[in-house]
Design a protein around this ligand. Structure first.
Ligand code: HEM
Ligand SMILES: *[C@@H]1O[C@H](CO)[C@@H](O)[C@H](O)[C@H]1NC(C)=O
Ligand SMILES: *[C@@H]1O[C@H](CO)[C@@H](O)[C@H](O)[C@H]1NC(C)=O
Ligand SMILES: *[C@@H]1O[C@H](CO)[C@@H](O)[C@H](O)[C@H]1NC(C)=O
Ligand SMILES: *[C@@H]1O[C@H](CO)[C@@H](O)[C@H](O)[C@H]1NC(C)=O
Length: 383
């Protein structure tokens, strides 16, 4: 009896939360000199509990935004502070995006869409796509976020990217759920791909031998969705990809060598990504950056990291490795200091924080040389 009352209450409050998210209190106070915890007092806290995000696999990921890409709850001052912080730290922030991207490519839903669009499955394609992505994202960090002007660089870039996502969503959904339903991946295209088995074996062995607890080696069953069905570019994928950009700097500034990040900077950067996510069509319920304060944000992100992100690396299938390897080779074409082996090694050593004896043994003399060059620069990804 009590149980069902609680259940009904929960269902009602979820419905209400969605409604409430659409019309939060207007932003009023000046944020300039308020303490970190209160920087964005009226930003709605709308994101679902992390396990519930998986419901978004069956919700299209680019919600209509009409002419106005900015949310009603945007705090322009705070977002501008987030932009400034990102620009001041752009080499490290871009480095964090590289790490984030490697994780997000490992999500089966995501990599199926990316293999389907044929834009990232070779080194050259992956290089071009990544260069273009980083160029766009840097634009979003640089300049005014003012509302709905046709000639605003940031908004027009966001609109363009939203268009790319919508196109991939439509084509992908048509393929999976249209008249002649088929899986997204054309398996025959990859039959002859030779993976770098030595590198992957070492990567997997170091993970296997690590002290990462069993619990975080597999996505918990209750978080995997009821059946395999999903939409291409879903709200769930959007949320996971948003984490690739916002999650690591907020959660692990020290692992990224963002050593002087102040709490206020992280709150501001997080708010910026709540706004960017909104503009790209993420619903408030799935907008993981909509959190009441920094402490809650970190807890929420830690939960995503442990239950969604980390397990992907323990469960890489062949096609995921094809895409990741193409992306790794693409990074090396952008900057030859980023060799595939050294990059994978650094993800495990610096982000996952595990010993990497097997990856180290796999380094070629060239990799060792690049690693030394890299450390000599004293700074991740800094040219
Ligand atoms: C916060 C979330 C996301 C951000 C910030 C983001 C960012 C970007 C950017 C900047 C581009 C433009 C690249 C270019 O100029 O070619 C792009 C393109 C694209 N994105 Fe996303 N993206 C997000 C989520 C997703 C998700 C969830 C998917 C689903 C797999 C996805 C799939 C694509 C596809 C298919 C393209 C077109 C180019 C291609 O086919 O590879 N994106 N994205
Ligand atoms: C990807 O490439 C394959 C083989 O060239 C082709 O059959 C397929 O239609 C392409 N997919 C898209 C979405 O363009
Ligand atoms: C920001 O934009 C300005 C003006 O377009 C440009 O000169 C500058 O190089 C950009 N900064 C970065 C870090 O991209
Ligand atoms: C999602 O988008 C597809 C088009 O890509 C559309 O056919 C489908 O009805 C949409 N589903 C929902 C639940 O909105
Ligand atoms: C991985 O490294 C450990 C520790 O050095 C070593 O004992 C083990 O034999 C290595 N495994 C493989 C498969 O090389």
């Amino acid at each position: 009896m009590i149980k069902s009352a609680v259940l009904i209450f929960c269902i009602l409050s979820v419905a209400h939360a969605a409604e409430w998210c659409l019309k939060p209190d207007p932003i009023s106070a000046s944020v300039a000199e308020t303490p970190a915890e209160k920087l964005a007092p009226d930003t709605p806290k709308c994101s679902l509990e992390s396990p519930e995000l998986v419901m978004g696999r069956l919700v299209n990921g680019t919600a209509d935004r009409d002419a106005d890409l900015l949310p009603s709850w945007v705090d322009l001052k705070l977002a501008a502070r987030g932009q400034k912080w990102a620009l001041d730290n752009i080499p490290l922030i871009s480095g964090s995006h590289i790490f984030g991207l490697m994780f997000v490519l490992a999500f089966p839903d995501n990599n199926a869409v990316l293999l389907f669009t044929n834009q990232s499955d070779t080194a050259n394609l992956a290089m071009k796509r990544y260069a273009s992505t980083i160029e766009q994202v840097n634009t979003w960090y640089n300049g005014s976020l003012k509302e709905s002007t046709d000639d605003n660089d940031i908004l027009s870039s966001l609109l363009r990217v939203r268009g790319l996502h919508t196109a991939a969503m439509k084509a992908g959904n048509e393929r999976m759920h249209g008249e002649n339903p088929r899986p997204l991946i054309n398996k025959e295209l990859y039959e002859r791909v030779q993976l770098d088995e030595g590198m992957w074996k070492a990567f997997e062995t170091d993970l296997k031998n690590s002290d990462v607890t069993e619990k975080f080696r597999k996505v918990p069953e209750k978080y995997t969705g009821r059946d395999g069905k999903y939409y291409a570019v879903s709200q769930f994928q959007q949320a996971m990809t948003q984490f690739a950009f916002v999650g690591f700097p907020v959660l692990f500034p020290e692992r990224l060598f963002l050593l002087d990040a102040k709490d206020e900077d992280l709150v501001a950067y997080n708010h910026l990504w709540a706004v960017l996510g909104h503009a790209l069509g993420i619903e408030d319920e799935y907008n993981i950056a909509l959190q009441p304060d920094l402490k809650t944000t970190k807890e929420y992100y830690q939960h995503i990291y442990e239950n969604w992100y980390l397990p992907q690396f323990f469960n890489l299938d062949f096609h995921t490795k094809v895409l990741m390897e193409a992306q790794l080779q693409g990074f090396e074409k952008i900057d030859d200091i980023l060799t595939p082996r050294t990059l994978l090694l650094r993800i495990l050593r610096d982000i996952v924080k595990i010993p990497v004896p097997n990856m180290t043994r796999e380094l070629t003399p060239k990799d060792h040389h690049k690693m030394l060059q890299f450390h000599a620069k004293g700074n991740l990804f800094y040219k």
